[in-house]
Design a binder for this molecule. Sequence first.
Ligand code: NAD
Ligand code: WQD
Length: 330
Amino acid sequence: MKKILVTGGAGYIGSHTLVELSLHNFYPIIVDNLCNTSIKNIKGVEKITGKSIPFYNVDCTNEKALNNVFEKEKNILGTIHFAAYKSVEESVKYPHKYHSNNIGSLQVLLNVMKNHHVENIIFSSSCTVYGNPDVLPICENAPFKKAESPYGKTKQLCEELLNKTDILGISLRYFNPIGSHESGLIGDRSSDNPNNLVPIITETAIGKREIVTVFGDDYDTKDGTCLRDYIHVVDLANAHVKALQYVMKNKVKSAFNIGTGNGVSVLEAIHIFEKVNNIKVNYKIGPRRDGDVEQIYSDNTLSTNELEWEAKRTIEEAMSSAWLWEQQKQ
Ligand code: NAD
Ligand code: WQD
C-alpha cells in the first residue's frame, strides 16, 4: 500500500490532490486542523472517489501529535505538505503568525519524517518566491528576489530549509490556481475574505459583492492590466502525483514551476468568465494594489521534460468550474 501523508489535505488544493492520489493508486492519509477549511471537503472527496480516507485533526506544529500519526499509520512512503496560512494581506498584518505556522509546520514535519525514516516530501511553494521577475517567462533557476510579503518570505525560507535537510524533496512553485473539480463537491473553503481575483469575480457575479475593482490599467502589458498564469487546480493536483513518482524514482531534490506558460490579463480573465458562463460581471478600473507584480508567467520546460507533466485543462474550463463551485458550495 503506497501510503502518502497529506498535511492540509482538507484544504482547496489538498482536497483536489487527494482525488488525484486515489486515482493513481496512492493511499492518502489526511492531517489537517481545519483552521481554514471544512470537513465538507473530505466528505466531498470521499463521495468523488468512493473511498474513505483516514483523517487526523492534528496541528502540524505539534510534534508529539504528528509523531503519533506516523506511529499509528506506519510505513508512510512520502508526504505532501500543504498545511500553511496563505493570505498575503493577513501576513502583512501578522507576520509572526505566518512565520511560526508556515515554517514551524515544515520544521516539525521534517523532524518527524526523519524519526520515521520517511524519505520523500512534496512541498507547496509558490511563484511568489521569485518576487518581481526580470525575465519572462520565468525559469526555476531565476534568483529569488526580495519577497513582496511576509507570506512570500515564508515560502522562500521553507525552500531553503528543504535544501538543507537530508530528506529528498520537491518544491512545486504554483502559479495562480483557479477553478474546482467538475463535480462541484470540493473547493476553496477558506474562512478569510477572498482577495484573489477569481473568487472575487464569482462573488460579484452571484451578487455577494457589488463590483470587481481592477487594480490598475496603466501597466506595461497588452491592455494595461497585470498578467498572471492561471492554472486549473485539477491539473495542479495532478502535478503532485507526477512529482511523487519522480522523487521516488530519481531520488533527487528539485524545484519545478507549475503553471500553463500563458500570461492572461485581469480584463481577459473577467471577459473569459463572462463569455463561458454567459453572465455579466460588474467591474471598474481602480488604482494599483501595493506589492502587485506587473506580470509573471511560467516557463514549463523543466516540468514538461522531467516530470512529464503538462496543464491539460483550459482557462475556460477553469472559469466554468469556478462558477459551478460558487453556485453549489454549501
Ligand atoms: P487552504 O487554506 O485551502 O489549505 C491549507 C490547509 O492547511 C487548510 O485546510 C488548513 O486548515 C490547513 N492548515 C493550516 N495550518 C495548519 C496546521 N498548522 N496544521 C494542520 N493543518 C493546517 O489553502 P490552499 O489554497 O489549498 O493552499 C495549499 C498550499 O498551497 C499552501 O501551503 C499555500 O501557501 C500554497 N499555495 C497556494 C496558492 C493559492 O493561490 N491557493 C498558490 C501558491 C501556493
Ligand atoms: C491576480 C491578479 C491583481 C483582485 C497571490 C499571491 C501568490 C499566490 C496566488 C499563494 C493581480 C488582480 C485581484 C481584485 C484585481 N498565492 N486583481 N482585482 O496577487 O497574483 O497572487 O495569489 O502563494 O503568492 O500573491 O493573485 O488573485 O490576488 O491577483 O485586479 O479584486 O488580479 O492585481 O493582477 P496574485 P490574485
